[in-house]
Design a binder for this molecule. Structure first.
Ligand code: NAP
Length: 288
């Protein structure tokens, strides 16, 4: 039986830390505030927004939603981001994507001030993840993978990690964060030959493929730690991951569940980033 690396205790520990930092900021008259920007009302965006609001309320972070019509122009969205950039009462911004087809993702992302990019979507934030410069915020899901491994005391230094997926949202930044922790990282993608063999070589397998149930027992070796980033709904509407849990769990040493794993920690990472952004602005104020 594998150890189940549940997100709940990780979230509880993070919430405790974040709430204490929030309270310290509020003593200085700063209430950390997140701007949520949504174009339209996609059901999964709304669900994530509800989760973010609940988590923020728990630790004392305020949320302000900004909603544009689905047919809004790119200029309108960029003007809204500029307004958020200039508002000292807003410390971070979560922009839901994918954007509607009339907008160019890169042009919109570039309009967000890096110091407010708590979701790690700007090129500047991503560059910092790659250089290790310590500026900017890493994409929250990638950071959540490392957060879970750290919470459960799983050592990274010198360990072989295979990351399946190379998106800029999850796979590549996760690989970079793990590399910075001195893991030996292999990145797999859709052209990787003999994926199961490469997966089995790893001590830690991070799966961010976006393919429901694509990873089975043939990819998992005994004792391996498996982190499943995927989120899908099955035929009955139940949430499941990229890993076939029932098959992989008996073979693995430890495994994250879906739901209740990486996804829930991702939200707490976002909230922590908002608090860090508010602290950074607080420090700037006290420098004057
Ligand atoms: P994505 O942009 O679709 O990227 C998927 C990656 O997997 C690509 O790099 C792709 O390779 C690779 N891949 C696809 N099929 C493969 C195969 N057969 N063998 C090996 N590699 C393969 O997805 P994403 O945005 O990174 O998201 C990945 C998953 O995480 C999705 O299920 C998403 O819903 C979930 N997610 C979860 C959270 C959370 O908070 N838990 C947050 C964001 C995303 P190529 O580059 O060659 O195409």
């Amino acid at each position: 039986m594998a150890e189940i690396l549940k997100g709940a205790p990780v979230v509880a520990a993070m919430n405790q830390r974040t709430a204490a930092r929030c309270a310290a900021l509020q003593e200085k008259g700063i209430r950390p505030t997140l701007a949520v920007v949504r174009v339209g009302a996609r059901e999964d965006d709304l669900a994530y927004e509800r989760g973010v609001k609940t988590r923020c309320a728990k630790v004392g972070v305020e949320v302000r939603s900004f909603v544009l019509e689905p047919d809004a122009s790119q200029a309108e969205l960029i003007a809204l981001l500029h307004q958020i950039n200039q508002d000292p009462g807003l410390h971070g911004c979560l922009l839901f994507r994918p954007l509607p087809p009339q907008m160019k993702d890169a042009e919109v992302r570039a309009a967000l001030a890096p110091e407010k990019d708590v979701d790690g979507i700007t090129d500047s934030s991503l560059a910092a993840v790659f250089t290790g410069a310590g500026t900017g915020y890493a994409p929250c899901t990638a950071a959540a993978c490392v957060e879970i491994l750290d919470y459960y005391g799983i050592p990274l230094e010198g360990r072989r990690v295979t990351v399946v997926g190379r998106s800029l949202v999850v796979g590549k930044p996760a690989a970079m964060l793990l590399d910075r922790r001195n893991a030996t990282v292999t990145i797999c993608h859709s052209r990787t030959k003999d994926l199961p063999a490469v997966c089995r070589e790893a001590d830690i397998l991070v799966v961010a493929m976006g393919r429901r149930g694509a990873i089975g027992a043939d990819c998992v070796r005994p004792g391996q730690v498996v982190v499943d980033v995927g989120i899908h709904a099955d035929e009955e509407g139940k949430l499941c991951g990229d890993v076939r849990f029932a098959e992989a769990e008996p073979a693995a040493g430890a495994i994250t569940p879906v739901p209740g794993g990486v996804g829930t920690v991702t939200t707490s990472v976002l909230v922590e980033h908002v608090v860090a952004a508010a602290e950074a602005i607080g420090r700037q104020k006290s420098d004057f």
